[in-house]
Design a protein around this ligand. Structure first.
Ligand code: C2E
Ligand code: MG
Ligand code: MG
Ligand code: MG
Length: 290
């Protein structure tokens, strides 16, 4: 295909000449550039980084966990959003290396925090569908946990409903393996996928993360109030933990407290920040909203 032809041309060092044809639109060229540059970034120290966003317990106001979120600082283009490159990484077979890098970095950092006086802190790591469905996922995960001496009980894997769409034996085996290791499984962006609710009673899920589109306009949007309250009740009736994403102001926070939501994440408390800044938040040195 044109896509492969151009990639080969670029690899032969003729990347000054881009061979356009009628099928090759700007978005394809952009994806190929992302693919090429991401391969380089994976081998360049510092281009990829993790930021961390606190997950705050609504009863104690304590930071109980952090979500690791990848950041790519491209040498020429600057910041590139994960929304732009995670899908490309999945399409081009780079997600396994990228995902391993994220897991290893997040676990190493968690170990440091646990040794610095926060032994109960947890880390949540986003797992893309193709990474979750890869046959070596459990092997890689187990190896990284061993290498970094992190307890599997300290980590949560965030997957989306899309990763569970096909209720195959492989999916069930992977989930059961994660459960047997002792790690948590969180459903990210809950309520926005295409799957039925039936997986909730059959699969070993531990947490629902309410998608931020339902949270942003709380409490003034009546539909959002109904959806959020129902998800919280659904989670609790199933014995699951529930986290609200995208809490941007005190009004939303208060509504979630009244509804007994367990934890929250959002700009109101903190944006995702570099590890050093998160250490300051953990030590209580920087101010946080109460
Ligand atoms: P997500 O896992 O649902 O992460 C939440 C996103 O919401 C993050 O965007 C976070 O910065 C943003 N956010 C947090 N609080 C607020 C808030 O109060 N208001 C608003 N408007 N946004 C908020 P980010 O970091 O750009 O990540 C976007 C998505 O990219 C993530 O959504 C996740 O699906 C994916 N992603 C990020 N890092 C990784 C990774 O390491 N691996 C994989 N597979 N996917 C990742
Ligand atoms: Mg997430
Ligand atoms: Mg989410
Ligand atoms: Mg999302």
């Amino acid at each position: 295909s044109a896509d492969i032809a151009m990639f080969e041309a670029k690899n032969k060092g003729r990347n000054k000449y881009l061979f356009y044809n009628h099928d090759m639109n700007a978005s394809l060229v952009k994806k190929l550039q992302i693919e090429n540059d991401l391969r380089k970034a994976l081998n360049t120290e510092g281009e990829l980084q993790l930021h961390y966003q606190p997950q705050v317990d609504l009863k104690t106001n304590q930071i109980v966990g952090v979500e690791a979120l990848i950041r790519w600082i491209h040498p020429e283009k600057g910041f590139i959003s994960p929304i732009e490159f995670i899908q490309v990484a999945e399409d081009k077979g780079l997600i396994v290396s990228l995902g391993k890098w994220v897991l290893k970095e997040a676990c190493s950092q968690l170990k440091k925090w646990q040794q610095q006086g926060f032994p109960h802190l947890r880390v949540s790591v986003n797992i893309a569908t193709k990474q979750f469905q890869h046959p070596y996922f459990i092997t890689d995960l187990t190896q990284i946990l061993t290498e970094t001496s992190v307890s599997p009980h300290s980590i949560d894997l965030e997957i989306t409903e899309n990763s569970l769409l096909d209720h195959t034996e492989d999916t069930i085996n992977t989930l059961t393996n994660i459960q047997n290791l002792g790690s948590g499984i969180a459903i990210d962006d809950f309520g926005t996928g295409y799957s039925s609710l039936s997986y909730l009673k059959n699969f070993p899920i531990s947490t629902l993360k309410i998608d931020q589109t339902f949270v942003n306009e709380l409490p003034k949007n009546r539909g959002d109030r109904a959806i959020v309250s129902s998800i919280i009740n659904l989670a609790h009736n199933l014995g699951l933990n529930v986290i609200a994403e995208g809490v941007e102001d005190e009004a939303a926070l208060n509504y979630l407290k009244e509804e007994n939501c367990d934890q929250m994440q959002g700009f109101y408390f903190s944006r995702p920040v570099p590890a050093a800044d998160l250490t300051e938040l953990l030590k209580g040195h920087s101010s946080i909203a109460k």
